[in-house]
Design a protein around this ligand. Structure first.
Ligand SMILES: *Cc1c(COP(=O)(O)O)cnc(C)c1O
Length: 386
């Protein structure tokens, strides 16, 4: 089966991990700091805080921004559930902003309308979490302008998007946001097995996230409420978590980061090739706004359902039977039983639900060969034939 996504691990990556295993520190050593500085440098953010996964990064981002019970957090319904769950961990309420049916990311028009309604009801969100779906940046300048106007914070869920650009600058520079979050799960652009990173230009947010990822403990005498008892002393100031990344993972991440631009270049090449070779099929292909370049985490095609004989499920099963590991990103979050139990249901976000009935993610990863890609295209052609 050709998977939809797969990590690329080199001998250099393996050597980097083995070096850590032979060193003094398996966790909380020098590799973590080096990886953080390298990621901050890469995306030109001031600070980077590594964590055990992107879900933890989203949670810490919400906590650092003061999200708590009674607050409201908005995100896109077309995302992985973690984009919404992070607010629930803080006891906050979640709501969704429907997608733009062309870009499949949060619609700025829908956001603007929803904000103006929410302002009338005095129920504005504390944080909005736009999701750079498939590696494609949202319209951050417009979202940033609304954030200034209505006074909410912005956390970019850039789990798919390290290596992408917006307005010719790297995603994660936080020009229009407070915090951006990356995932290093194996299917994502670079991997640390499990792992994530929160980047920000606001040192106080970085310090807060760093403290909360390690139980809410500090060893900085400046932050303590009484003089130190001695060299062993630390204080727990808040209720934090154990969300640390290990040195083993950070060494892998640092090694992977050196290949990031190469990975994105190959993903882009394959995406361009899909774009050319799928042109004549009854599919809607991904849209690339002029001011962005995608990291191409996913290549999602949408079926023109009135022009094909099979339904989405049959196309899907036919491709899987042919050894092509297609997938679907994502089941709209508000249709998950957990969110239905909170009062959401079908019809709430029609563009997200319409997208869900048409979308199929095709295999896309740096090691995918042209020959394998040709097999995917041929399988799709056969499945779509009338
Ligand atoms: C993968 C993913 C996450 C969660 O990442 P983990 O590192 O697995 O916790 C969050 N949001 C989106 C959009 C993702 O794709």
């Amino acid at each position: 089966m050709i998977p939809y996504g797969r990590q690329t691990i080199s001998q250099k990556d393996i050597d980097a991990v083995v070096d850590v295993l032979k060193s003094d520190f398996l966790t909380q050593g020098p590799a973590v700091e080096r990886f953080e500085e390298a990621v901050a440098g890469y995306c030109t953010a001031q600070r980077a805080v590594s964590v055990s996964n992107a879900t933890a990064a989203l949670h810490l981002a919400c906590l650092a921004l003061g999200v708590g019970p009674g607050d409201l957090v908005w995100t896109s319904p077309v995302s992985f559930v973690a984009s919404a769950n992070c607010a629930r961990y803080c006891g906050a309420d979640v709501d969704f902003v429907d997608i733009d049916p062309d870009t499949v990311t949060m619609s700025v028009a829908a956001l603007s309308d929803k904000l103006s309604e929410a302002a009338k009801k005095n129920r504005l969100p504390k944080v909005v979490i736009p999701v750079h779906l498939a590696g494609q940046s949202c319209a951050m300048e417009e979202i940033g302008r609304l954030a200034d106007q209505y006074g909410f914070s912005v956390v970019e869920d850039a789990s798919h998007a390290i290596g992408g650009t917006y307005q010719s600058e790297k995603v994660g520079n936080c020009r229009y946001s407070d915090i951006a979050v990356f995932s290093f799960h194996p299917v994502k652009i670079i991997t640390t097995a499990e792992g994530g990173m929160a980047v920000t230009n606001q040192p106080q947010l970085a310090d807060k996230m760093a403290m909360l990822r390690s139980h809410g403990i500090t060893r900085d005498p400046e932050l303590m409420d009484q003089p130190s008892d001695g060299p062993w002393y630390y204080q727990q100031l808040e209720l934090g978590h154990n969300y640390r990344l290990t040195d083993i993972q950070a060494a892998l991440g640092y090694s992977q980061l050196q290949k990031l631009d190469g990975f994105v270049a190959r993903r882009t090449q394959l995406a361009d090739r899909y774009g050319t070779l799928l042109q004549s099929l009854p599919l809607t292909l991904p849209v690339q706004p002029a001011d962005t370049t995608s990291a191409w985490h996913l290549y999602v095609v949408r079926l023109m359902r009135d022009r094909i004989a099979l339904d989405q499920r049959d196309v899907f099963e036919k491709l899987r039977e042919a050894g092509i590991g297609v997938n679907l990103h994502y089941i709209p979050i508000h249709l998950q039983p957990y969110y239905r139990n909170l009062g959401f249901g079908p019809g709430d976000f029609p563009n997200a639900e319409g997208y869900y009935k048409e979308a199929i993610s095709l295999p896309l990863f740096p090691a995918l060969t042209d020959a394998e890609q040709d097999k995917v295209i041929e399988g799709l052609r056969l499945a779509l034939e009338k």
